[in-house]
Design a protein around this ligand. Structure first.
Ligand code: ADE
Length: 251
């Protein structure tokens, strides 16, 4: 008897973060669910279901839940861009090992950042997938990736902490988040974005392995909006596609 191959879910928030992945999927079948389009097919020969969540934690959570409950994926890979936190530069990539939703605050009844369904403030990703994604990103960068006009000369790959909330973060807000998270995250955080920790919550609740890969598009500072747009335009999809290609080839 042939074992049925379950698919891997691939998610991004915005089209610019994943256009090359979408365009490379083979044997496409499109399934519309509500306002979202899910593309079933293969990527590097591996069965996948690709979709764009749209921006926001609720959008990301809805999409992750649909991938799992309706499409039966047995793993989720989220790829996109993020603002840089501690010790990371534009062009680096962060693979999340720990996730926190910086905009959850139900004090005085519960600790800040507390995820009620899981009784935790921080959530983990799957160690095996983190290691596989790190190896994939290392192989991608070994090809000598650089974007000198954007100051990206020697990009680094790191595993780290991703914080998420429903805001695009600039300088003043960044400082506030650093301050409010310092007790829970004594070593700080490395990427700040919108969807990752929402996917982490759904996948932890439903016990589906997942990993989030974030290319650093800006430093969540005064230049964040301009840097973000430039990176989205010139780099985001190349990184996502190049790293996921390595990831799926090793699958
Ligand atoms: N994604 C990319 N840059 C970001 C930022 N500065 N804040 C939130 N999400 C982001």
């Amino acid at each position: 008897m042939i074992a049925l191959l379950a698919a891997i879910g691939i998610m991004s928030a915005m089209d610019q973060e994943a256009a090359l992945i979408r365009d490379t999927i083979q044997e496409k079948e499109i399934v519309q669910v509500g306002c979202r389009e899910f593309i079933k097919g293969t990527f590097e020969g591996v069965p996948v279901v690709f979709t764009l969540s749209g921006v926001g934690k609720v959008s990301a959570a809805t999409t992750a839940a649909l991938l799992i409950a309706k499409f039966g994926v047995d793993e989720i890979v989220f790829t996109g861009v993020a603002g840089g936190g501690k010790g990371v530069e534009i062009g680096d990539v962060v693979i999340g090992h720990t996730y926190l939703q910086h905009d959850i605050d139900t004090r005085p009844f519960f600790p800040q950042f507390y995820v009620h369904s899981l009784s935790k403030q921080t959530l983990p990703a799957d160690q095996k997938l983190i290691a596989r994604m790190k190896a994939a990103a290392d192989r991608f960068f070994a090809n000598g990736i650089a974007f000198p006009s954007l100051g990206i000369l020697n990009p680094q790959v790191r595993e780290g902490v991703i914080v998420s909330g429903d805001q695009f973060v600039g300088a003043a807000h960044h400082e506030k988040i650093v301050d409010s998270t310092k007790d829970v995250l004594p070593n700080g955080f490395h990427a700040i974005e919108i969807e990752g920790a929402a996917v982490a919550q759904v996948c932890n609740e439903l016990e589906v392995p997942f990993v989030v890969l974030r290319a650093i598009s800006d430093k969540a500072n005064h230049e964040a909006a301009v840097d973000f747009l430039t990176f989205m335009d010139q780099v985001a999809s190349l990184y996502s596609h190049g790293i996921l290609k390595e990831y799926f080839q090793a699958n």
